[in-house]
Design a binder for this molecule. Sequence first.
Ligand code: IPM
Ligand code: MN
Length: 360
Amino acid sequence: MSYKIAVIPGDGTGPEVVAEGLKVLEVAASRTGFTVELTNYDLGGERYMRTGETLPDSVIEEFRQHDAIFLGAVGHPDVPPGVLEQGVLLKARFALDQYINLRPVRLIPGVETPIKNKGHKEIDYAIIRENSGGMYTGMGGNSRPGTKDEVAIQEMVYTYDQVARCLRYAFEYARKYGKKARGVGENNTLALIGKSNVLTHMYKLWNRVFAEIGDQDYPDIKREYYHVDATCLYMVASPEMFDVLVVENMFGDIITDLGAITQGGLGVAAGGNLNPEGVSMFEPIGGSAPMWTGKNAINPLAAIGAVQMMLDHLGETEAASLIEKGIAHAVSKMKSMAANEMGMGTDAVGDLVADFVARG
Ligand code: IPM
Ligand code: MN
């Protein structure tokens, strides 16, 4: 097999972590017998300041000709906040209809969690964030802006189809990767996260579709429902109760940052923006970390984890599992997952994983 991968190193520490991800990707490819054809895309703050462009439509069209996209980070201290986030990241998600944001919350053995008395057996679940709707649609507006009569409206918007396709993906995921499927629990459980006690219109729809699809096509999946505020509490106090969570876009944005810190922080948390029928984009969840740029101090494991997810998604499961083991090996040699506290450089962490993948 040969895969065409679009690479967006992006801003700040993005290029440094992407380099380590690609180093591991090349080794995994030659070790397990596939090839990759990489196309580099110069997108991000520098390009914006040079040309005023964020993500041209012609590039979106080129992305469609690829098997996957690997993104480092966007966000530049000299560009107003929101320009690159919306112009590159959100534009790619929307234009390619990457309607799932898959963010596993798995504590790698050996990684420290800030939660007392919890380890990798307890912190072992996945969050499926709806990635195309909700408050991210940009619907709303401001009337009489700049006056004391200003009214601001930002709507939470979902269609039946958006909810249904997200829930279907989540049910399928629970069937394939739930705790029973992985041999670590009695059930495959899907929990819908919402706020049905306040957002009554919205959760009338989500709850109905959840029950309908579940009853009809996924009677083998155990269903649960939790309010999003209570979910935050449980993610800290008893994360072992979770298996697969499915959540609307904005709530998902918030709780996946909480999930990331419980799994060891932004240095290790990876995610995938998925269009199961199209082109998906994989990224470390952390941002561009400008203060660590060019210092060989940033943790590349999240980016390497994104490569692992990308290969899993492409069906290269042997390569993905080698990388997973390589990451665990690197963790056993590192002092910390925090930038500048790893006890070694960014490149040395990449070497540890790559060497393991080459030999392991
Ligand atoms: C994320 C980020 C983005 C989001 C921002 C940068 C637009 O926080 O990927 O979680 O809100 O989705
Ligand atoms: Mn976020």
